[in-house]
Design a protein around this ligand. Sequence first.
Ligand SMILES: Nc1ncnc2c1ncn2[C@@H]1O[C@H](COP(=O)(O)OP(=O)(O)O)[C@@H](O)[C@H]1O
Ligand SMILES: O=P(O)(O)OC[C@H]1O[C@](O)(COP(=O)(O)O)[C@@H](O)[C@@H]1O
Ligand SMILES: [Mg+2]
Length: 481
Amino acid sequence: MGSQSNFQMKEVPGEFGYVLQDVPHFSDYISDLQTYPNPLRSNPAYSVVKQYFVDMDDSVPEKIVVHKDTPRGVHFRRAGPRQQVYFESDDVLACIVTCGGLCPGLNTVIREIVHSLDYMYGVSKVLGIDGGYRGFYSKNTINLTPKLCNDIHKRGGTIIGSSRGGHDTTKIVDSIQDRGINQACVYIIGGDGTLRGANVIYEEIRKRGLKVAVAGIPKTIDNDIPVIDRSFGFDTAVEEAQRAINAAHVEADSAENGIGMVKLMGRYSGFIAMHATLASRDVDCCLIPESPFYLEGKGGLFEYIEKKLKENGHMVIVVAEGAGQELLPTKNEEDASGNKLLQDVGLWIAQRIKDHFAKQTKMPITLKYIDPTYMIRAIPSNASDNVYCTLLAQSAVHGAMAGYTGFTSGLVNGRHTYIPFNRIIEKQNKVVITDRMWARLLSSTNQPSFLGPKCPSLMNAGQLGTYDKVTGLLGCLSLKP
Ligand SMILES: Nc1ncnc2c1ncn2[C@@H]1O[C@H](COP(=O)(O)OP(=O)(O)O)[C@@H](O)[C@H]1O
Ligand SMILES: O=P(O)(O)OC[C@H]1O[C@](O)(COP(=O)(O)O)[C@@H](O)[C@@H]1O
Ligand SMILES: [Mg+2]
C-alpha cells in the first residue's frame, strides 16, 4: 500500500517567509461551481456572534516559538464556518467511517458530525459505514440520526465498528459513486494508516472529478500523528493509565522489594508512557521505543532496579509496548493493515528481572505485572477529550461544507486548523529524546538515560551533543528551543 501523493501540496507564499500549506478545494478541479449562503447566517444562535465566520485569510502558524529574525514559516488554514458553502443541504449525502484500533472519543466524534450536519447545515442523510474501509463495499450501512447518536458519547468503542486491512481504493470510490449521488461528504476517522487510505480515496475522487469532499479526523491513542498538538483520546488514556500505575504502586509498596510493572500502549511512540509517568510521580523508570535501553551491566536496568530497591524498598516501572523490541527475538508478523506485530515486552522484561534477581543476587523480589492496554483503549472519552472531539468534528463539517477536501481537522498551537493530508501522513510523531520533555521526565524519575556504550546507536547517529559517561545523565543534551 503506497503512501506517495500524486498531487502536489498547495503552498501559497507571503511576505517575510510566510507559507500557507493550503488544503485542496473543489474549485481546484471542478469549474462553474455554484455557491450558497451558509445556512448558519440565518441561524439565530450564530448570526448574533460577532466574527463567527472565519475570515478567508486567517491562518495559524505551525511554530509559535520564534526568534526575532526567523521567517514567519509554515501556516495552516484556520478551521471554522465560511460565509459561502458549496452544497445545498438536501443534495448532500454524508458518510462516516472509523478505521484502525479503538480510541476513547470515537463515538463522540461520530455524534458531533451527525448533530452538526443536521442542526447547523440541515443535512439529514448520514450513513455509517459498517466496520471500517471494507464496509464501503462489503456490508450494509447504518442510518445515523441525531436521535440514534444522542447518547453514544457515553460509550467506549465505535457504534459503526472498525477494522484493519481491507482498503481497496477503486472499490471504495466505486461504492461512493454507485450510491447514485454526486454530492457527498466522506468523514474518515482514523490514525496514520487510515489517513494514508483517505488520501488515496481523495486522489481517486479528484481524478474522477467528483464533487465529494474527503475530510479526516485524526485518531490515535498513541498520539503518533504529526503536526497536531495532541490526538483525541490521548488525555483520557493518560488519565486512565493512572489507575493501573496506582495499583502497581500499591502492590509494590506492600511487598518486600516489590516491583510493579505496567505496560501501556505506544507502538512506535512513547507519549502515553511519558505523560502517564510525569502525571503519576510514583514511577521510577519509564521505558519507551524512542529511548533504547539495556538490562545488564553498568548503567543498565538491573543495576538501577537494585539501587532503587535498596533505597526505597519498592519501585514502579512503566513500559510502552514498543520499547526494547530490538532486544527481543524478532517475529516477522504483520496485522491486516501491515503494521508489525510486537512481542510482549512487559512479560519479557518481567521474566528477565525475576531470573536476574533469583540467580544473580541474594535479594528476594516480588514482581507484579499489569497490562491494562485494552482496558484503557475501550473506555469513553473524558470531559476534556469530549470537548476536543466536538470541536474537531464541527471543524471537519464546516470544512467539507465549504468545499475543502483532502484535509484533516486538527489542533495546532491551540487553534483549530485544516491540514492537508500530505502533511499529516508524511511521518510519525515521536518523542524526541533530545527535547525538553524527555529531559523533564528523566529529572522527575531520576532514571538512567541508558545512553552508555551498550546503546551506541544514538551517539553515532549524532542525535546528542556530548554524553557524560560518568553520570550517564542528559544534562549534556542540546535542548531544542
Ligand atoms: N498506505 C495505505 N494505503 C491505503 N490504506 C491504508 C494504508 N495503510 C493503512 N491503510 C488502511 O487503513 C486502515 C487502518 O489502518 P491501521 O494502520 O490499521 O490503523 P490506523 O489508521 O489507526 O493507523 C486499514 O483498513 C488499512 O487497510
Ligand atoms: O490489537 P490491535 O487492535 O491491533 O491494536 C494494538 C495497537 O493499537 C494501538 O493502540 C494503535 O492503534 P492505531 O494504529 O490503530 O492507532 C497500538 O498502541 C497497539 O499496538
Ligand atoms: Mg497506526
